[in-house]
Ligand binder design. Structure first.
Ligand code: NAP
Length: 523
């Protein structure tokens, strides 16, 4: 596959050279970044001058209709995305999370846009504010679309969901998108963009794709643009420190590393449904997408008295996970995205093992079905156990982005909550308890360190949506280490792309602008 950027309304013609991308399963080359770098000032200008005006010709509701049409088209053509995802190591289930998950975001935004947004490009914000005694001079906040571009930089692990979950809110807001997929899985994202183009649903300039380097793009940003980044904390900091970001006050949303926790509460002793649900969730989060999920459970805390039972139960569950070629029916976990990623994970596991024991899995000896363990980027699930989490450092600090999780004991609930918060800001924590007072206490202590808290118990165990699955209706992002970003969250995710402005004027003037009936509104 020769991968090209789609910019300025066309696919750039293939050039010689360019980075090769290898199959996660076999190590063989599967794609090449074939297009040379585009002129980024022109790409931004095209978004601002062609994409933006075309988008703003439609209303919020009309764009919501377009999102729905796009979602339906992609739904009918998604098989080819599943096929390609296998090269990246995805099982059918992994690919569905990425592909169907992404299409699901489009459907949710389409539905919210049609039901909750006006047939205009002016969004009212809050209530009328009377500013004088007569009530004839009032204030009102409104939001309108930014007139720049949304620059989306994505991580490798969700080439479809990552692109679509950022695209949908920006598009609905009326802001054109320039998306840059991570190179190692760019062949899946590029195919998605080809499908989007083929759908014919989007106006020209609404979506451009840069495969490979973003060149000098950041040098040309302005305060009307938004950067939304997902990836490592290291890259986020490099980009966030770009002088233009500070000088132009460019909005910068970051979703980065997170050392998420699962907390088995003191009441959830072995034998309770909550204990079983905890074990199931930890094992699932370790193995889905081979643990390459920003939301995966990295630290699992249990009461000291339950440590032995939790270790045994997890061992038994993980022992059933067949690792191998994701194309095989019986394989539950595919490889990591590539050999370099596996190397990084093994290095970080080495660091964790300075303070942890290996409780399950041996990276040197494990069975791989239908593929070669050396040329493919395979690892077994690796469960670590840390006896002294209060004095440990790496375990709260290191995100081994693979099928790796650490089980740890705590002595009482206060200590457990202290340990959870040592992640220094996470995307998500899940709590396993059937006690309302415990749940309420936990929220008071750990919510400010988290973007999402999931309470799992016997009443919702069968239908809960999963520790690791961000829902388009709910916030995705977390404070501190997790980057401080807020994506999705229903229409909240759209607000990054709208400017809030305070209007002041006579009641009649404000009514003429907003179309509201304000007669008597302030008396
Ligand atoms: P990464 O190496 O930081 O890369 C992320 C993206 O940044 C890629 O598209 C990469 O492009 C691009 N990039 C790198 N240097 C750049 C530069 N100087 N200018 C512009 N773009 C640049 O991260 P990754 O390895 O893809 O992803 C793994 C990490 O992402 C993990 O640490 C994980 O926790 C985090 N993650 C977080 C979330 C979340 O929502 N919080 C979700 C998923 C992943 P190239 O591929 O071309 O280098």
């Amino acid at each position: 596959m020769e991968l090209s950027s789609h910019v300025l309304g066309r696919w750039l013609s293939p050039a010689s050279g360019g980075a090769e991308i290898h199959s996660a399963v076999t190590g063989e080359p599967v794609a090449r970044v074939a297009s040379g770098p585009a002129a980024m000032a022109d790409v931004l200008a095209y978004a601002r001058k062609v994409g933006g005006p075309a988008l703003r010709k439609a209303t919020f509701r009309e764009r919501a209709e377009q999102l729905k049409k796009l979602a339906e088209y992609l739904n009918a053509h998604k098989e080819q995305l599943y096929e390609l995802s296998r090269h990246a190591g995805a099982t059918k289930m992994d690919a569905m999370l990425d592909v169907d998950g992404g299409i699901g975001v489009l459907f949710v935004y389409a539905s919210k846009g049609r039901r909750e947004l006006p047939a205009s490009n002016l969004l009212l914000d809050g209530d009328i504010e009377p500013l004088t005694k007569s009530g004839n001079f009032i204030g009102r906040h409104v939001r309108t679309p930014l007139q720049g571009a949304a620059v989306h930089i994505n991580a490798f692990n969700f080439p479809c969901w990552g692109l679509l979950e950022k695209f949908a809110p920006a598009f609905l807001a009326g802001v054109p998108v320039i998306t840059k997929p991570a190179t190692v899985t760019a062949y899946v994202a590029e195919r998605l963009v080809r499908l989007i183009e083929a759908s014919g649903v989007l106006p020209a300039g609404a979506l451009q794709t840069v495969i490979g380097s973003t060149g000098d793009l950041f040098d040309h940003l302005t305060g009307q643009d938004v950067v939304s980044f997902t990836g490592s904390a290291e890259t986020a900091q490099i980009l966030q420190r770009h002088p233009v970001i500070a000088r132009e006050a460019v909005r910068f949303i970051a979703e980065r590393d997170s050392v998420n926790a699962a907390l088995l509460a003191p009441d959830a002793v072995p034998g309770t449904p909550e204990f079983d649900l905890f074990v199931k969730e930890v094992a699932r989060e370790m193995t889905v997408k081979a643990g390459q999920k920003c939301t995966a459970i990295r630290r699992a805390f249990v009461p000291r008295g339950a440590l032995a039972a939790a270790t045994e139960a997890l061992r038994a569950r993980l022992a059933k996970v067949a690792v191998g070629d994701p194309a095989l029916e019986n394989v539950r976990m595919g490889p990591l995205v590539g050999l370099s990623q596996r190397g990084q994970v093994l290095d970080l596991v080495g660091k964790l093992r300075q303070e942890c024991e290996l409780a399950f899995g041996d990276p040197q000896a494990f069975e791989v079905l239908g593929a070669n363990a050396q040329t493919g980027a395979f690892l077994p699930p690796l469960l670590l156990s840390c006896a002294s989490p209060m004095s440990a450092k790496y375990v709260h600090d290191v995100e081994a982005f693979g099928p790796v999780s650490t089980l740890m004991p705590y002595d009482d609930l206060d200590q457990a909550m202290d340990l959870v918060n040592r992640g220094q800001g996470s995307l998500v924590a899940s709590v396993y308890t059937y006690d309302g007072a415990t749940a309420a206490r936990i929220v008071q202590d750990i919510a400010s360190f988290h973007g999402r808290l999931l309470f799992i118990d016997r009443d919702c165990g069968a239908e809960q949506t999963g520790h690791g699955s961000p829902m388009p209706h709910l916030l995705h992002g977390g404070p501190g280490r997790a980057g401080g970003g807020e994506e999705l969250g229903g229409l909240r995710g759209m607000m990054h792309y709208l400017q809030r402005t305070a209007l002041q004027g006579s009641t009649a003037r404000i009514a003429s602008i907003t179309g509201e009936n304000l007669v008597g509104a302030t008396s």
